[in-house]
Design a protein around this ligand. Structure first.
Ligand SMILES: Cc1ncc(COP(=O)(O)O)c(C=O)c1O
Length: 398
């Protein structure tokens, strides 16, 4: 095995996924949409309305950059939302995971420093590890990255990029305030440090009044900073499509396309045809509206259960969109012990350590409400609460 693939994080992702698949366990582990919410009927309708020619296109290779028709419909979709499409180019990718991999390959040589948030999306950490980046992490506050800490790190080294998930962070669940985004932009002005902005949850907001904060850094379009934006159809439509996209400045685009070509030549044409029709038909708007409402209900139900069953020393930030609660317990609690007890009793979540680039966080965990009915939430949260209290019995938890 080459040293590029010899890393533990992929094993960790695999383990999480296999726990989440066990049929008899209540799983708050997976960061995926509920099967019952996937738009299968719309997809049936779309497939059956395809012409013979479209079906043939679906079964054929497509250009590395993406199916022209999808590039056009996605372009229009993003333009309508206010993205700067003139000075940037779109590349369809095999999930946003591939987009992150392409960008890492573009920017990073072994041992190059990069900056990430702590906690951080494990799929991105896995990509960064596989290119042997020197990962330096910056803590998150309730309204985004700790700017002071970032400032100190920037004095020590110049990173190849900074990777951020400002909207409905996985796993921290937070939404950056607009102010934090502004401060960040101000800090990076003139430093020649690109941003990778991972924005897969941006449509899943619960409150209209948050729209100002949701404006992505890409949409703000700061002069003098290369923002490489990644999006995904996984939360818009379904992760099984394996479709995402990159929106990058023109001067970065070409090399990214060449890198993608070496990965898989093209993303699945079949699902590109479907995604294109989903955008063009306008089904996408109704669908997002429907799932957002459902996720909001689940988040509310989960918080109610947390307040009722979890001890007072458990802390969290109420999510305003996305999929996750990030629960923090007192520093002396070993969350791995809580997880073991919780699995014995029938509920699973993901420990904080998984998302810590340094693998140290041992008193926090992520629970996802996206993939569980309200009944399962009401059944599962008391189980985790019991596990926490048992672990805490012998130590003082405050
Ligand atoms: C922050 C973040 N980025 C990227 C992804 C991966 O998305 P995709 O399915 O498009 O590869 C996820 C999935 O959970 C995520 O949470």
């Amino acid at each position: 095995m080459s040293n590029k693939t010899n890393n533990l994080r992929s094993v960790e992702i695999r383990n999480i996924m296999s726990l989440a698949m066990k049929p008899d366990i209540i799983s708050f582990a997976g960061g995926m949409p509920d099967n019952n919410l996937l738009p299968v009927q719309d997809i049936d309708r779309i497939y059956h309305s395809l012409t013979l020619r479209e079906k043939q296109t679906a079964m054929q290779y497509s250009p590395t950059s993406g199916l022209p028709s999808l590039l056009q419909s996605l372009h229009n979709y993003l333009k309508e939302k206010g993205f700067p499409l003139k000075e940037n180019k779109l590349l369809i990718t095999t999930g946003s995971t591939q987009a992150i991999n392409i960008l890492t390959k573009y920017f990073v040589n072994p041992n190059d420093p990069i900056l990430v948030e702590n906690p951080c999306f494990i799929g991105a950490l896995s990509a960064f590890d596989s290119y042997q980046a020197n990962i330096i992490s910056i803590p998150l506050n309730e309204d985004g990255i700790d700017i002071e800490y970032l400032n100190n790190q920037l004095k020590k080294q110049k990173p190849k990029f900074i990777y951020l998930t400002p909207n409905f962070h996985n796993p921290a669940g937070i939404l950056y305030s607009y102010k934090t985004k502004e401060k960040l932009i101000e800090k990076l002005q003139g430093l020649d440090i690109p941003i990778i902005e991972d924005d897969v949850y941006n449509e899943l907001f619960f409150f209209e009044e948050d729209k100002k904060h949701l404006k992505s850094i890409k949409e703000i379009n700061p002069e003098g900073i290369d923002v490489c934006y990644t999006g995904s159809f996984s939360k818009l439509l379904g992760p099984g499509l394996r479709l995402g996209w990159l929106l990058v400045p023109n001067h970065i685009y070409e090399e990214c396309e060449i890198i993608k070509q070496s990965f898989d030549a093209c993303s699945p044409s079949f699902t590109q045809v479907i995604a294109d029709k989903f955008l063009r038909s306008g089904y996408v708007y109704n669908y997002i509206d429907k799932v957002k409402k459902e996720y909001r209900k689940r988040a509310k139900a989960m918080e109610k259960a947390l307040k009722k069953h979890f001890p007072d020393y458990a802390k969290w930030v109420t999510p305003r969109g996305g999929f996750y609660f990030w629960i923090e317990l007192p520093k002396n609690i070993d969350v791995t012990e809580v997880l073991k007890k919780s699995i014995e009793k029938g509920a699973v979540f993901v420990t904080g350590k998984t998302f810590d680039p340094e693998g140290k966080i041992n008193n926090a965990f992520r629970i996802s409400y996206s993939n569980s009915s309200i009944e399962k939430i009401n059944e599962g949260i008391p189980i985790i609460a019991e596990a926490i209290k048992e672990v805490c019995e012998d130590i003082s938890c405050t």
